[in-house]
Design a protein around this ligand. Structure first.
Ligand SMILES: Cc1cc2nc3c(=O)[nH]c(=O)nc-3n(C[C@H](O)[C@H](O)[C@H](O)COP(=O)(O)OP(=O)(O)OC[C@H]3O[C@@H](n4cnc5c(N)ncnc54)[C@H](O)[C@@H]3O)c2cc1C
Length: 387
């Protein structure tokens, strides 16, 4: 089949690898000019480990594995440690059921594993699509006609929307984002820090009520991480200056720890990654010949720590079901969805616990969290079972 994938993030690259490896002719369009390598480490857990193993990538992922969570501390306004970030708050404690890896390493490993049947076209995006299955009930004209921003056109047997939380394919097929978005009341920003003097190897997080800032060193890179509580904000997802202004306003007047220096770094940074902790909840992830994978269909919010795992299991299940069901994409999509739903339900329900642990809302909540961290001290971390 000729398959178009929108988005070359984790879900798009994993789907391209899996579909291409099964002999499909796959085109990926990515609106950025290159693979996007920003991001903090991401977690691969639970059955996503099995999925990457069956993709033949687990050994390579383990080679690049990090152990960030084990060396992360909350600190007070003077930089004194308050307690370790509990391992279960950010990752699983079971070595075999969890791989923590730099997002850029995962992107590179997936990209390097793409077979020759896959082509990536950068700086282009889907502008419109007409699905014959939907427009004439599948009455003989089988395919999706696609127009791209570049002016190109194409005809595909299937279209996979893997274009993230603000998916263009989802908007075209299912309607506007506001109909499916559930905002969890938190924003997240990431800025590269120049030089190597910011971190002495211990990753640190400092909270003030409703906000946190942290400094993390990953291999040869240091980044500042910010989170803050806020209701939904109206801003342009592609305007970094607007996003910087929101971030600086959220931390205005905070002078504890290294926050003023970190805000200077935000002002000077050429770009930043900024998004909300939001979930995407759709009653179905497929319509006609279009199907959604990853955050586009079921973003669990970064607070869950499970978006990457969902993208990987989703890509794998979709490819397996298309293989099993031959040309019957309708059955394949339904079976993909049935297999993936329990993982999404678990991830989406666990997200809010992550928020309250990382971002206590009030001074009293923060004091209680810190007291619990100090008391937990050397106690072993508690883990939860996941599908
Ligand atoms: C640059 C970046 C940094 C991130 N950093 C973190 C992080 O630090 N922590 C964390 O928990 N999660 C982070 N994420 C999100 C995380 O990667 C995902 O939640 C998860 O891996 C699921 O992957 P996904 O492929 O569904 O979405 P994503 O990884 O977000 O990938 C979506 C891809 O689609 C592309 N795209 C978007 N719109 C279009 C369009 N209209 N046409 C074509 N392509 C489009 C994007 O450029 C991106 O490459 C980051 C995502 C990105 C893109």
């Amino acid at each position: 089949m000729h398959i178009l994938i929108s988005g070359a993030g984790i879900a798009g690259l994993a789907a391209a690898r899996e579909l291409g490896a099964r002999g499909h002719d796959v085109t990926v369009v990515e609106h950025a000019h290159r693979l996007r390598l920003e991001g903090t480490p991401v977690d691969i857990r639970g059955d996503a480990i099995g999925a990457v193993d069956r993709m033949g990538l687990l050994a390579r992922l383990r080679e690049q594995r990090l152990r960030m969570s084990e060396s992360s501390h909350f600190v007070d306004g003077d930089g004194e440690p308050v307690g370790r970030v509990p391992v279960a708050a950010t990752s699983g404690a079971d070595e075999d059921a969890h791989v923590e890896i730099l997002r850029e390493d995962l992107v590179r490993i997936l990209a390097e594993a793409l077979p020759d049947t896959v082509t990536i076209r950068f700086a282009d995006a889907v502008r419109s699509l007409t699905d014959d299955d939907v427009s004439d009930g599948g009455g003989g004209h089988d395919g999706v006609r696609v127009c791209f921003d570049s002016g190109r056109t194409g005809r595909y047997d299937l279209v996979v929307g893997a274009d993230g939380q603000h998916s263009a394919v989802r908007a075209l097929v299912f309607g506007p984002e506001k109909d499916y978005l559930r905002h969890l009341g938190v924003y997240f920003a990431l800025v590269d820090l120049p030089g190597d003097t910011w971190s002495d190897g211990v990753n640190t997080i400092h909270n003030v009520p409703g906000r946190l800032a942290g400094v993390f060193r990953y291999k040869d890179r240091t980044v500042a991480v910010f989170q803050f509580r806020s209701g939904p904000l109206d801003y342009d997802h592609r305007d970094p200056d607007a996003q910087k202004r929101i971030l600086l306003d959220a931390f205005a007047g905070v002078t504890s720890w290294r926050i003023p220096l970190l805000l200077d770094a935000v002002r000077a940074a050429p770009t930043l990654y900024f998004d909300s902790a939001s979930q995407i909840r759709l009653p179905s992830w497929h319509r006609g010949r279009a199907v959604l994978v990853g955050d586009a269909g079921y973003c669990p919010a970064f607070l869950s720590g499970r978006g990457t795992s969902l993208a990987l299991t989703g890509a794998r299940f979709l490819a397996e079901e298309l293989e099993r069901n031959g040309d019957d994409h309708t059955t394949a999509f339904a079976r993909y969805e049935a297999r993936q739903r329990p993982y999404v339900a678990f991830a989406q329900t666990s997200a809010e616990a992550g928020r309250d642990r990382l971002l206590p809302a009030t001074r009293a909540d923060l004091a209680a969290r810190d007291a619990a961290l100090r008391a937990a001290g050397s106690r072993p971390p508690v883990t939860r079972s996941a599908p």
